[in-house]
Ligand binder design. Structure first.
Ligand code: GDP
Length: 434
């Protein structure tokens, strides 16, 4: 049995797309378990850039099945658009993608509500992507959500939709926003949404049956540990559990069938949107990381905030997710720096904290405590063997591994699939050999 969860150890955008794409050939099924089309996975194949938002990256590999699990929220129109784009690149999607009947659907009123809420919050806005994802999860928790399986029952669907639109309109009116026309939502949107009906299935039953039949599953997390609704920098988080536990609840595959957790982290740190970020750099080094790392959102184009590697976050992510092996991404971005820093603790009111305070406003006030390292100042771009890395780069990686408490099996030295080091004798290499 080989069922692996891939998670982001920081604030998302760690480069999960590249890693999933790289290891997908060694699995039979790739499943998404949370989030929505706010995730933007970039995969570069033969120099061509593909950005996937909702469909698991496994779709780029012939013969692999892809599953959108019950924990994902699906905007049917966005899913259809993405499928069209993928097919336009000559990749067959038909018959290879299943959507859980229990996955909640995003409707136009979710987007309208999110926009009205963020505008209402003014300076305190969360910095969400305004795609209706948060309000859709709110409806799920409030037990009034509409799920993909409901598409199979048009009469019921129409009733649920008109009740939800009426409720949404009351809220929109109260916030001074314009209301939605129930008829046009029910008719035009439902008509299009119905095109996903043939993909709808009980994916939990499917996945468990496949495991029984000896198939291997790769679970693809979106966002990152620090954006997890429970374990992240609440309230500056996403609305779902991107940590490894979410893979069980978000697909219906029990935890004891998950065999490994692959944690992805950048060799430095980035975050998008608002919220605390202790190691953020506001100087030329921050700008250099942004430019060299092309740190602009794959989905939104927003510039990402950049800073030094935070080992407090890394250690926490290893613990929360049960990370068994790590991939360090974007090592090459650090190539030109004369000096590097790693944050090992947070100083708050004269005391060094080695764990993350639960309160975002405290985390906002901490001062990072750094260890300083000499830079290697030579190119690592495209290096494929650990031994070829400059000695100072290896020393930096060794310290990262030691501080976060887990082995590093993969080092990424460029955006392309081939620009990757996979260490000999590692767990990761073993998965890739059988
Ligand atoms: P994800 O959401 O975690 O998959 O991350 P994104 O796809 O948003 O961001 C990762 C970005 O970094 C993409 O543009 C990748 O092509 C790029 N990338 C991934 N690994 C490397 C690397 O090792 N070096 C460089 N320079 N770019 C990388």
């Amino acid at each position: 049995m080989k069922n692996v969860v891939v998670i982001g150890m920081q604030w998302g955008d760690e480069g999960k797309g590249k890693v999933v794409d790289l290891i997908a050939p060694h699995f039979d099924i790739v499943a998404r378990y949370q989030g929505g089309h706010n995730a933007g996975h970039t995969v570069i194949i033969n120099g061509e850039r593909h950005v996937l938002h909702l469909v698991p990256s496994g779709i780029m590999h012939e013969g692999k099945m892809c599953v959108i699990g019950n924990g994902v929220v699906v905007d049917p129109l966005e899913l259809l658009k993405e499928i069209k784009e993928i097919e336009a690149r000559g990749v067959k999607v038909d018959g290879r993608l299943l959507v859980s009947s229990r996955a909640h659907l995003i409707w136009p009123y979710h987007r309208a509500l999110e926009k009205a809420n963020e505008e209402h919050r003014g300076e305190n806005k969360v910095g969400t992507t305004l795609r209706g994802i948060g309000p859709c999860y709110e409806d799920k928790s409030a037990r009034r959500g509409i799920r993909a399986g409901d598409l199979l029952y048009p009469e019921l669907l129409r009733d649920k939709l008109s009740a939800n639109i009426a409720d949404a309109n009351t809220l929109l009116k109260a916030k001074g926003a314009s209301v939605l026309d129930a008829v046009s939502v029910s008719e035009s949107v439902v008509e299009q949404a119905n095109q996903i009906a043939p993909m709808v299935a009980d994916t939990a039953v499917y996945l468990n049956a496949q495991i029984k039949a000896g198939k291997n599953i790769l679970f693809e997390g979106a966002q990152g540990t620090m954006l997890d609704v429970d374990h992240g920098t609440y309230p500056f988080v996403t609305s779902s559990n991107g940590t490894s536990g979410g893979a069980a609840t978000g697909t219906g595959v029990p935890p004891n069938h998950i065999t490994d957790v692959l944690g992805i982290m950048k060799a430095y740190t980035t975050r998008v949107g608002s919220g605390p970020f202790p190691t953020e750099l506001f100087d030329a080094t921050g700008e250099l990381l942004r430019e060299r790392g092309h740190e602009y959102g794959a989905s939104t184009g927003r510039p990402r905030r950049c800073g030094w590697f935070d080992a407090v976050v890394g250690r926490y992510a290893v613990a929360i997710n049960g990370v068994t092996t790590i991939a360090v991404m974007k090592m090459d971005v650090l190539d030109t720096l004369a000096e590097l820093k790693i944050c090992t603790a947070y100083r708050y009111k004269g005391v060094d904290l080695t764990e993350i305070p639960h309160d975002a406003s405290i985390l906002e006030m901490v001062e990072p405590v750094y260890e300083t390292f000499p830079g290697w100042q030579s190119s690592t771009v495209g290096i494929t063997s650990y031994e070829e890395l400059p000695e100072k780069a290896r020393a930096y990686l060794d310290r990262l591994s030691e501080l976060v408490g887990c082995q590093i099996d993969l080092i990424s030295t460029g955006p392309d699939r081939v620009e990757t080091i996979i260490r000999d004798g590692s767990r990761l290499k073993q998965w890739m050999q059988n």
